[in-house]
Ligand binder design. Structure first.
Ligand SMILES: [Zn+2]
Length: 243
């Protein structure tokens, strides 16, 4: 007899036993962890199967279900709970979460899973709910959250933030590896774009390094205004701080 406690889509406890699922019908005694559970098909199929557990063990059960076991459905619930947990507790990418949460599943479960896109949306919706970043009204209010300042590999990605409050804020993203590579490149290029700069910034300025036949973007600078002096001053500050 395998007893597992998972979670329903709404985050409530879900008892999984012998291929059937149950939700709590009554808490008999919280301290003794004594619960009465009823089959999740209670309403849909009028199934009257019940289980009574105490401290995670089955005390009594009447498992006379009027429907067949729901192994596929259970697998989907377990996978969904796993996905949500990983999305909440880890910084893994969506693809990594999908990969680890669906590892080793039986064909029956895999065939019952929702489409890949809908699983992706589940992960993203948990993340959005937890880490919603609201657009600041002004650049003074802009703080770069840690998840955008540090890569999932642990490398620092936010290299420089002038934090200026006189209208010429400059923020530079890149990695130490990129900087080293840039130093070794005999040719540097830069390209500015006004169209795709993010809200509140006037310009996105990219620094590219060319080594041999390969040119790669290495630094991404967000610049609040287009004045020459602000480029000069801020890039000089950056030079002193980072290089
Ligand atoms: Zn049932």
């Amino acid at each position: 007899m395998t007893l597992t406690i998972s979670k329903t889509n709404k985050g409530k406890p879900l008892l999984i036993l012998n291929g059937f699922t149950y939700i709590i019908e009554r808490i008999k005694d919280v301290e003794a962890e004594s619960y009465a559970w009823r089959c999740t098909k209670y309403t849909e199929r009028e199934c009257r199967a019940r289980v009574h557990t105490c401290q995670g063990k089955v005390l009594k059960s009447s498992e006379n279900h009027n429907h067949s076991a729901v192994h596929g459905e259970i697998g989907v619930r377990v996978v969904t709970a796993r996905l949500k947990n990983e999305a909440k507790e880890t910084t893994k990418s969506t693809a990594e979460i999908l990969c680890s949460a669906t590892e080793g599943l039986s064909l029956e479960v895999v065939s019952s899973l929702p489409k890949l896109n809908s699983l992706k949306k589940k992960v993203q919706s948990v993340r959005n709910k937890d880490n919603k970043v609201i657009n600041p009204a002004t650049l003074r209010d802009l703080e770069i959250p840690e998840k955008y300042a540090i890569l999932s590999s642990g490398e620092q990605f936010l290299l420089f933030d002038s934090r200026s409050d006189n209208g010429n804020r400059v923020i530079i993203f890149g990695t130490q590896k990129n900087l080293k590579h840039l130093q070794s490149c005999p040719h540097w290029f830069s390209d500015g774009t006004f169209k795709s700069s993010p809200l509140l910034f006037e310009q996105l300025f990219v620094v590219l390094g060319k080594s041999g036949d390969v040119t790669v973007p290495l630094l991404y600078c967000l610049i609040e205004n287009r004045k020459q002096e602000s480029y000069d001053k801020r890039l000089n500050d950056f030079h002193l701080t980072v290089l």
